[in-house]
Each structure stands twice: as C-alpha cells, then as structure tokens.
Design a protein around this ligand. Sequence first.
Ligand code: NAP
Length: 298
Amino acid sequence: MEKRQFGSTDMQVGILGFGGAEIGFQGATGKTVEELLSSALDAGLNVIDTAECYRNSEELIGKTVSHRRGDYYLFTKCGHASGLEGQDWDPRMLEASIDRSLRRLKTDYVDLIHLHSCSEEILRRGEVIEVLQKARDAGKTRYIGYSGDGAAAYYAVTCGAFDSLQTSINIADQQAVDLTLPEARKRGMGVIAKRPIANACWRSGTKPADAYHHVYWERLQELAYPFLRQSLDTSIATALRFTLSLPGVHTAIVGTANPGRWRQNAAMLEAGPLPAEELAAIRERWQAVAGPGWTGQG
Ligand SMILES: NC(=O)c1ccc[n+]([C@@H]2O[C@H](COP(=O)([O-])OP(=O)(O)OC[C@H]3O[C@@H](n4cnc5c(N)ncnc54)[C@H](OP(=O)(O)O)[C@@H]3O)[C@@H](O)[C@H]2O)c1
C-alpha cells in the first residue's frame, strides 16, 4: 500500500484508509469487524477513522483491534452529544465526549480528533477549538482537525488552528478541489477524503432507497461520465483513483461493513494514479455541468 506524508505531521498514511460509519450504522457484529479489520491491517491498512456518533463503531474498533494499537493511526470526532449530557458543541460535553471515545476505543490517545462538522459561526467563537487544543496538551490526541465542507471548512483551513481537514471529495463532489484543497496544501495540512467513492451510489443501477445518496445520484445522472457505464469494479476503481489522484489528498477512507472489501479496493489501487487525461476529463465534465448549488455534502 502506497503511503503519503500526512501534511506536516509525523504520520505516513496509507492511501486507502477505513471509514468506520458503516460498521456502526449497519449493525455489524464483532466477528465481522474483527475479520474485516484484522485482515485489512495484515494487508497494510494503517488509518482507521470513526466518530462519537456512528452508533457502536468506536466500541467495535476498541473490542476487536485495540490489542494492535501500534499498527494503525486512529482518528475520531466529537461534537454531537450522542447520549451525553449537554448540548452539541457545548465545551464541557466535548471534553466528556473525548474521554468517552478513549474508553470505547480502549486506548490512551488518538492520533487525530476532528470537530464533527460544526458551523463556521461555532468555529469562530473559538471555544470548541480550545477544547481540542487542551486535549492535545493533555496527550489525549496528537493532532487536531476539522471534518466538514464548504464555507466552514474554508474557515477551518485558513484560521491556522488545525493540522488536518477531512472533507467530501469524489467524482460527484468536487467543490473542495477548488475551495479548500489548494489552501490546505499551502499550509501543509493533512487531507482525508471522506465519501471518496460517492457512496458507490450507482452500484445497483437504480436510484438508491437511502435519501443520503440522492444528491450524488442526481448529480451523476447529469454528469453522465462514460466510465460509469463500465463494469462496477472498473467504475469504482476509476472513482477511487480519481479522488486519490487529486493533488493534496493523502488518504481516502472508504466506508464498508464487508470483510473482503478493503483488500478488494486496495488491489484496485495497484494500478496507480489515474492517467492525466482521464483525470482532466472528469474535472472538465464537472466544471461544465456543476451548478452553484453543487456544494460539498456532509
Ligand atoms: N461529516 C463527516 O465527518 C463524515 C461524513 C460522511 C462520511 N464520513 C467518513 O467517511 C467514511 C466514508 O464515507 P461513506 O462510507 O459515507 O462513503 P464512501 O466511502 O464513498 O462509500 C461507502 C459505500 O461504498 C460501498 N463500497 C465500497 N467499496 C465498494 C466496491 N468496491 N464495490 C461496491 N461498493 C463498494 C460500501 O458498501 P459495502 O459495505 O458493501 O462495502 C459503502 O456502502 C465514513 O465511513 C466516515 O468514516 C465522515
């Protein structure tokens, strides 16, 4: 697995990470997660991303791979109370959330904690950033980041407080390529592509039932990239290689609850970056078709 220097941090991240939302939301069993993560770690995975509000995702990770803590960088998020006392973004609740994440993940520290998509207004108040800085000073996290999109992500990148950005970047969501990626690169920030294959929302050939996928589905109908008519494996590989070929992207955290998926997707990346002309064609099609409302999706 190719590794990239993650901004100005001391981390060398594998280009294919693991997104921990699906294991929580789809009710994956411990046995499935054990198989999925153990086999992926054996095959070269070194980035695991989760969050305070992906149901029991943090617990599943803690239970199944905390005994191998030295083998992976561990990223989580805070912001949503998710069962704790207090409102979302309340600084005291955030502190409790960080401590809860460490307990669930069965570790003394995470490598990176993100603010989980708060608004620009909340960011500008500064107190949520101070909570993360205190957690870093206390050794609970090594680095701090912002996870989100659009104007709030732009503020997060340019305010200088964060080591990294996690943002939506994929064939159906390219606002970040022009808005935040160049600024993040200038500042030596690590960049994590979330939703990196646009949720594979074209996989069944019909409009997905889950409303979360509808914006990308509608956009892809209009973008009508020719490669989407190829086999599913080929189109997924093109989508993933597109995201990872964009300058400034360090890792793509594809989400899955399927034990064989990480290795399958890792094999797709052995082909290397997308040829320059294919990358340019996807970018040009986006620039020709995307309307002003085609903003980064959370
Ligand atoms: N605000 C935030 O901070 C935020 C928001 C969204 C996401 N995230 C993070 O980003 C991660 C990734 O985002 P995401 O999971 O929403 O989107 P994604 O990674 O673009 O897509 C995941 C979906 O693609 C499917 N898939 C993966 N490989 C496939 C393949 N080779 N063929 C067919 N289907 C394939 C998976 O299904 P299978 O289970 O069948 O593999 C899953 O349903 C999340 O897990 C989470 O960690 C953060």
